[in-house]
Design a protein around this ligand. Structure first.
Ligand code: ZN
Length: 56
C-alpha cells in the first residue's frame, strides 16, 4: 500500500502498489463516482478506469 492524494478532495488514500494512477493524478472512489456523473451530464465519453490485469 502507498498513500496517494486525491486531486479532487485532497485527502490521502491508501492505494495498492499495483493500482495505475492516471497522469492527472489519483482520484479516490468517491470523487471518481462524482466525476463520472458530471461527465455523463456534459455528454463526454466515460473514461475507462478499469484496466485489464494480465497476470503471469
Ligand atoms: Zn477524492
Amino acid at each position: 500500500m502507498r498513500a496517494e492524494r486525491c486531486v479532487y478532495c485532497g485527502r490521502e488514500w491508501n492505494v495498492s502498489l499495483l493500482a495505475s494512477i492516471p497522469p492527472i493524478g489519483y482520484v479516490c472512489p468517491g470523487c471518481e463516482g462524482k466525476e463520472r456523473a458530471r461527465a455523463r451530464r456534459y455528454g463526454q465519453k466515460k473514461p475507462r478506469l478499469k484496466a485489464k490485469v494480465t497476470g503471469t
